[in-house]
Design a binder for this molecule. Structure first.
Ligand SMILES: [Zn+2]
Length: 91
């Protein structure tokens, strides 16, 4: 999937369609202070180890691509529902 660097989209702060900059969201490193990370560290501490089951079956051919749209007028951003794509590039 190819997405242009700037697209027109609805901005709910400006209440109209405006130009938006497109950014791809990368997964942020988990903060050590977040509840999920604290629970993970606690479970990993004793015996029995990793709290989640191993993935079964084949890997999916496509992956979800989360995008962030930043309004050019008010500089605020929102995240539209993500779509699946085998290949992805911002032009
Ligand atoms: Zn706006």
């Amino acid at each position: 999937m190819k997405v242009p660097r700037k697209i027109k989209a609805y901005c709910r702060h400006c209440k109209k369609h405006t130009e938006h900059e497109v950014h791809r969201i990368k997964k942020a490193k988990a903060s050590e202070l977040k509840q999920g990370q604290r629970r993970f560290r606690r479970v990993m501490r004793g015996y029995r180890g990793f709290p989640r089951p191993k993935p079964e079956g084949r890997e999916k051919a496509s992956r979800r691509v989360p995008l962030k749209l930043t309004c050019i007028l008010c500089k605020r951003s929102h995240q539209p529902p993500s779509q699946r794509a085998k290949k992805f590039s911002i032009e």
